[in-house]
Design a protein around this ligand. Structure first.
Ligand code: SF4
Length: 213
């Protein structure tokens, strides 16, 4: 399933949605991710194989664009790169797809939901690639400090991950109109206010997502 949308607690291929007006379309590009978050559904092997977002093969740029060709882009509210892995593992392809979509409809809102570790993945600052083709970068902040972040995400890059993620947020701020850091409400008031301070210092927005079991 390459293009999907949220359907209650699950996901549905947009091909099966009758009315596509105002749809938030999610692009599922990869299962790869440098993290192994304790709360991620990828952690259970059964979910991996049975979940419809698990890709047996990554779609290439042409295949993703061919999927979009089937629909009227003016119907969509936004396009979100998100899935069962980290979309910026494929930053070059995200850029190509986003630029093609913007060529067809320049006012189409494009968002990336990311763990913010792209610069560690690619060993260079890739934020500049998002300039002019991405409107919102939403990064999972997860925690108010580096150790708690590492305990939760189990990032393969280790303790440097948190600072790298914040640095990525800072560089994205220079090139995309909106940067959002997100946490889940279960974190509690005290930690959320620490996260708010981090966001205020960075000049980005904090989004507190409701906790879903
Ligand atoms: S960063 Fe996202 S995809 Fe990767 S393990 Fe964590 S929750 Fe799962």
């Amino acid at each position: 399933m390459i293009l999907y949308t949220l359907n209650g607690n699950g996901y549905i291929d947009i091909a099966h949605v009758d009315n596509k007006k105002g749809l938030h379309v999610y692009v599922n590009l990869t299962n790869r991710c440098p993290c192994a978050c304790t709360f991620c559904l990828r952690q259970t092997k059964v979910m991996e194989e049975s979940n419809t977002l698990w890709l047996s093969k990554e779609p290439n740029v042409e295949e993703v664009l061919a999927e979009f060709e089937k629909y009227d882009l003016t119907d969509f509210e936004e396009v979100v790169f998100c899935g069962f892995g980290e979309p910026l593992e494929r930053v070059d392809d995200v850029e190509k797809i986003a630029r093609e979509l913007k060529k067809k409809r320049s006012d189409l809102k494009i968002r990336i939901n990311t763990n913010g570790l792209a610069n560690l993945i690619h060993k260079k600052d890739v934020s500049g690639q998002l300039r002019g083709c991405v409107d919102i970068v939403s990064i999972s902040l997860n925690a108010p400090d580096k150790q708690e972040y590492l305990d939760l995400t189990r990032s393969k890059f280790g303790i440097v991950s948190y600072d790298a993620m914040l640095e990525f947020a800072k560089s994205c701020k220079e090139v995309v109109p909106s940067v959002v850091l997100s946490v889940v409400s279960i974190l509690g008031e005290e930690k959320i206010s620490k996260c708010q301070k981090i966001c205020d210092d960075l000049g980005v927005t904090l989004r507190v997502r409701p906790y879903e079991e």
